[in-house]
Design a protein around this ligand. Structure first.
Ligand code: IPE
Ligand code: IPE
Ligand code: MG
Length: 249
């Protein structure tokens, strides 16, 4: 697509109807590599480059929050060589992108079990989050060692403890209070959930938060995903009638 074609695609976006929060299940790195007879790690490396492109595009478009599912609690069960390579790639990404994030005024956030990450990765993550905490233009929220069921278990434990300590009565537990005790307490629910590589499943991602998200599944493998397709998905999103259980327009 030429830059002129992209500019006209981009111009057809309705700035008043942008999703505030876009969440992405970045799937298909392994299949991308397999198709090229490459090691799966090469797919993850190419995937990390695409992360950079899509973060920049979202920031330019004006998306306030971008959550990327980068590593699930279940992904710990992959072969040790793949897990180690992913962790090394992650650390490199966090280190290399720090200046870029600052430059672009992007705050880095995290959801998941940081304590399960190797110490060096965890420290780099915390340093980059700390360095960018004042940034205002966009929040890049990385789901790392994230699992929605674990998140819900932790929320339940926190609320149960408050009840036992007499701070809360069971009957006072509301939807708002549940949301306040999830990792995503400071974020709006995703308006749009994108999954690449065609699988029609959620894979333990944001189960509570996507109750009314618009879902878009593309067959494109994550390493082949480009900003043009992102804009096309946003245009598709803007044409949907979000009824939230009510009667449509
Ligand atoms: C997504 O790509 C990246 C992670 C889950 C870490 P995959 O590695 O799942 O790629 P496929 O699904 O095997 O193609
Ligand atoms: C989901 O992809 C997790 C991430 C993208 C990080 P998976 O490849 O792990 O999901 P399944 O195994 O196909 O459900
Ligand atoms: Mg996969």
């Amino acid at each position: 697509m030429s830059s002129n074609q992209f500019a006209s695609l981009y111009a057809s976006l309705d700035q008043s109807k942008l999703p505030a929060h876009v969440a992405v299940i970045m799937d298909g790195n392994g299949r991308w590599a397999k198709k090229r007879l490459l090691n799966r790690i090469r797919g993850h490396e190419k995937g990390a480059e695409v992360v950079r492109t899509i973060v920049t595009a979202c920031r330019e478009i004006g998306i306030a929050v971008l959550t990327l599912y980068a590593f699930s609690t279940e992904n710990w069960q992959r072969p040790q060589t793949e897990v180690s390579a992913l962790m090394a790639l992650l650390k490199k990404f966090l280190k290399n992108e720090k200046d870029e994030l600052l430059d672009k005024d992007i705050r880095l956030g995290h959801i998941g079990q940081a304590e399960r990450l190797p110490q060096d990765v965890r420290e780099t993550l915390l340093q980059t989050m700390d360095a960018t905490q004042h940034c205002k233009k966009m929040c890049l929220n990385l789901a790392l060692s994230y699992g929605s069921r674990t998140e819900i278990v932790h929320m339940t434990q926190k609320l149960a403890r408050k009840c036992r300590q007499g701070e809360l009565l069971p009957g006072q537990i509301s939807e708002e209070l549940v949301a306040e005790h999830l990792y995503t307490h400071d974020l709006p629910d995703p308006d749009l959930l994108i999954r690449t590589s065609g699988e029609m499943r959620i894979s333990n991602f944001l189960l509570w938060q996507i109750a009314y998200s618009e879902i878009y599944v593309t067959k494109t493998l994550w390493p082949d995903f480009e900003r043009e397709e992102l804009v096309q998905i946003l245009i598709d999103y803007q044409q949907r009638d979000r009824r939230f259980g009510k009667v449509g327009k």
